[in-house]
Design a protein around this ligand. Sequence first.
Ligand code: Q46
Ligand code: ZN
Ligand code: ZN
Length: 318
Amino acid sequence: MRCRKCNRHAVLNMRQHKLALCEEHFPEWFISYTERTIRRYRMFDRDDRILVAVSGGKDSLSLWDVLLRLGYTADGLYIDLGIDGGFGYSRLSYEKVQAFVAAHPGVQLHVVNVAGLYGETIPEVASRKLRGRDKPCAVCGLIKRHEMNRVAQQEGYTVLATGHNLDDEVAVLLSNVLHWQTGYLLRQAPVLVERDGMARKVKPFCRSYEREVAAYALVQGIDYIYEECPYAVGNLTNFYKDLLARLEMESPGTKLQFYQGFLKAREEGFFCADAQGPVEMHPCPRCGQPTTVPGLCAFCRLWERDRMQMNADWNADI
Ligand code: Q46
Ligand code: ZN
Ligand code: ZN
């Protein structure tokens, strides 16, 4: 396979774009494709201060790299979840983030240590609250969202960027459609506008295939953690990703069409009207972040040790 631009050996053949590129032209294309996604969905501009949530994985570190190369003001946020999984997952992830920072003088990294701040790691708080009934992902997601918002607000960032790629978005979309989660479909977007004290959230890689992001990290020499979080193994999202990979194999471009078709339907108003009207939000009396039910938000209830087990739907507070 030859590069469309220079006829040299291509490092990646993107059948969905009918485009093969070499190691010089692929990263150029990938960076400009990301810029087009940022502009297309009006994610942010040069005046914004962007906080990139970095996990040490290929997606978030590649995103940070691309935003810096495009000249945006982008700093990082690493949340130490205290997950070991028998191989030091959080420690290894942090080492990758630190290596990235060392290779990019001038960038700022904010670090939140969950156990240091709140007294328990993610597995600890999850086992106290869930009593082993479930994986810690719901608790983890709740804490990460809360901390991203808190740091963005306290440090004056206007935008919170995450490295979710097309494969992530399409797997969530399939799950939301299969279960007709209309509330989640309403909120699944490349940009969630700021409101009620929550930072604007953006996903600049939402139209980029996971293998494109992986190829970008490889070509640019970005060192990232290959291992997934131990709690991600065998989850339903990965099952949907496998199904979608089979569809993509048979019919290249399926994932992109599915996702872009959904976004087009959104733009045409398909998922924009909430039958029950807009959800009323109330500020949490302790942390000030918005919550759907008056009283302490789900995050603050997590740390209420003497009260009854939380039974609220955490996702209601996204
Ligand atoms: S980090 Fe946290 Fe994920 Fe690990 S515990 Fe689950 S939610 S799988 S993105
Ligand atoms: Zn080339
Ligand atoms: Zn709160």
